[in-house]
Every structure is written in C-alpha cells, then in structure tokens.
Design a protein around this ligand. Structure first.
Ligand code: KG4
Ligand code: ZN
Length: 337
C-alpha cells in the first residue's frame, strides 16, 4: 500500500511516498529556514506564504521520484495538528483538494505521532515502547502502546527543550536554530564550566520545565554584558546543553524504570542532538535496554514520517472527509479531527 504524506506544520514544505508504512520511495523537502534566520526565529506569515508557493511542486516531485502517479496512491496522509495554523492550513487544504479531485482517501496525522513513526522508517522497531518526543514545540514522554494507541506520561509545563535551546542560542548570539548551533559549538567548550539547576516538579516526576534554565542563560549573558565581562560562549553552550540533556534523560530513565519498559525510542528535531544520542545510548547500555533513534535525515520535520504514521492510521480505519480542519494544538493521545 502506497501512502502520499504531506507535512507543512512549521517552515518545511514536505511530501513523500512510503510503501507499507516502512519503505521510503521518495522524500522531498523545501524549507524557508534561510529567510527566518534573518529574524532569529520562524515568522509564521512568511512560512505560510512559502508553503503556498512550494506545495504543488514538492508534491509533484515526490510522486515523480517515487515513480508514481496519483493512480498508484492508496491514501493521502496530511499533518493537521499541532503547529502554526497558517502553515498547517496550506497542507490540509492542498491534501483535501487532491483527495477530492483524485477520489483518494484522506488521512489526518498528528505531527508528534509522525515524529514517533520516523523510527519505523529508520529501524524495524514495533510498539509497545517508551518514547521521548523532543521538538521545537514539545517535550513529551509517551507510552506507545500500539501504532495508534498512545499515553502521555509526562510533558513540559512551559518551554519545550528545542525552544529553550533556540532561545538560549539566540541570547548567546548564535545562528538560528540555536539547537543546531549549540550542538555544533559544544564539543569545543567545557560542559562543567557553568552549573545549572535541575528543575524538578513536585509530585510530577515525568514532567519537565525548561523556562528556568533558559532564563538562567539569559541572566548570565545580561549580567556579563552589564559588567562588560566576556563570556566563553562555547563553555556556556556546552554547559547548557548538558543541563538540558541531563533533565531530558533523567525523567525518561525514571519513567522507563517505573513503567517497566526496556525498549526506548527518541523522536523529534532535538533527537538529532549528538550529546542526547550519546548519553541516551550510555544510559540504555547501563540498564541493558534497547535504544532506537531516527536516522539524522528523519529527525527534523519531513513527510516520510507522516506517510508512515498515515499508513498505520489508515489501516486502523482513520479517514477524514472534506470538513477536516487544522488545529494549532491537539493532545497526541486523544485526537479529534
Ligand atoms: O521537530 P522539529 O524539526 O520541528 C518541530 O516540530 O518543532 O524540531 C525543531 C527543533 C528546533 O528547536 C531545533 O533547534 C531542534 O529541533 N534541533 C536540535 C538539533 N537539530 C534540530 N536541537 C539540538 N541539537 C540538534 N542537533
Ligand atoms: Zn516537528
């Protein structure tokens, strides 16, 4: 069964064809990232306009590279939540039009379920497993009970890990997205040069809070500039990255122990982070747990992961009609469409 996936929740316009949920036949991505760099973050209006300009060409190219026409496609899977509403609407409207014009079933896909599915196209892992989903907008610990049954065990109370990395990076004067810049710069710094608090939430051992850590970096930079002191940005970057990764992994480890999981998976843009990948590997080796990580090319937003999850949603009976809407927020364990 061949699924055409469409993703436009942030600044990537993406389309892909995936066979039987696992075999990627094509994966095309256009991004407006370079324009957003000028502003230090994604400008929603610019992202929406670029999606509208690129989407037809990107979908056409994905079909062409897969050697398909719409006659070969069994369903169109589209990210409909969560994300930037203007961006999502471009993908959803295009997918609805395509589905109607070609009489092909339309399958709504939750973006974070898609990130989890990036592991299905990278490895042969199957549920149940425990997944740490870390992106620019979300930091969740999720029990993946089956391909379509999820339970959120913990989540951030304020900023997502990626958002904290991006804002810390911006304060340190690094190029957007800060997460990538911090990952690149950190190996040349001393990760023990600055010490950061390890925020814990009383009675919620699996929840996260990253806004205090982010504010601590902002304060360090502001205090130094007021006193005219120089900060070693590589040291600060390495120390901040260590604080974020330690927080992410310590709650993830506690959740795996308490819920009895020995198959651990990481997903989302921040899963590309080298320290997170290395430290997670060490943690799992220590416990004798298996660790699955997406290939680097599937960590960030892409449509192959949407087509993969779309396949599992479709075979479980999830089909939308022309009234499908886009939603800026939506829990991943209790979806509506
Ligand atoms: O999943 P994603 O591509 O988009 C969202 O759904 O949000 O995640 C984007 C986030 C950004 O915050 C970006 O800084 C972060 O992923 N990111 C990284 C790395 N690559 C991307 N963070 C740390 N290290 C990286 N190598
Ligand atoms: Zn994402």
């Amino acid at each position: 069964m061949k699924i055409l996936g469409i993703e436009s929740s942030c600044d990537e316009t993406a389309a892909a064809v995936v066979e039987n949920g696992r075999e990627v036949l094509s994966n095309v991505i256009a991004t407006s990232l370079e324009e957003h760099k000028l502003y230090g973050g994604v400008v929603p209006e610019i992202a929406s306009r670029r999606h509208a300009e690129s989407i037809s060409g990107v979908v056409e190219e994905a079909l062409k590279q897969a050697g398909c026409t719409m006659n070969d496609i069994d369903a169109v899977a589209v990210t409909y939540a969560p994300g930037l509403i203007g961006s999502l609407l471009v993908g959803v409207s295009f997918a609805k039009g395509l589905s109607q014009a070609t009489n092909t079933p339309l399958v709504p896909v939750h973006h974070l379920r898609g990130h989890i599915a990036s592991n299905y196209i990278s490895c042969d892992i199957e549920p149940p497993f425990l997944c740490l989903v870390v992106s620019g907008g979300h930091s969740h610990i999720v029990a993946v009970k089956s391909y379509t049954d999820f339970e959120v065990i913990g989540k951030t109370r304020d900023d997502a890990a990626g958002e904290a990395l991006d804002k810390a990076g911006r304060t340190m004067g690094l190029e957007y997205p800060g997460g990538i810049s911090i990952d690149k710069l950190s190996p040349s710094g001393d990760e023990n040069a600055f010490s950061f608090p390890h925020p814990r939430i009383h009675d919620a051992p699996y929840d996260y809070s990253f806004s205090g850590l982010k504010t601590a970096v902002i304060n360090i930079m502001h205090n130094a500039s007021q006193k005219g002191e120089d900060i070693n940005v590589a040291d600060l970057s390495a120390s901040f990255q260590k604080a974020v990764v330690d927080c992410l992994l310590s709650n993830f480890e506690t959740a795996a122990e308490n819920f009895g999981y020995n198959k651990l998976v990481i997903a989302g843009g921040v899963s590309a982070n080298s320290k997170l990948r290395n430290d997670a590997r060490k943690m799992c080796d220590r416990h004798g747990w298996t660790l699955t990580l997406p290939e680097l090319k599937y960590c960030g937003d892409n449509a192959a992961m949407i087509a993969s999850q779309g396949y599992y949603e479709f075979v479980s009976g999830t089909i939308a009609n022309e009234s499908l809407n886009a939603y800026a927020t939506m829990p991943l364990d209790n979806i509506k469409y």
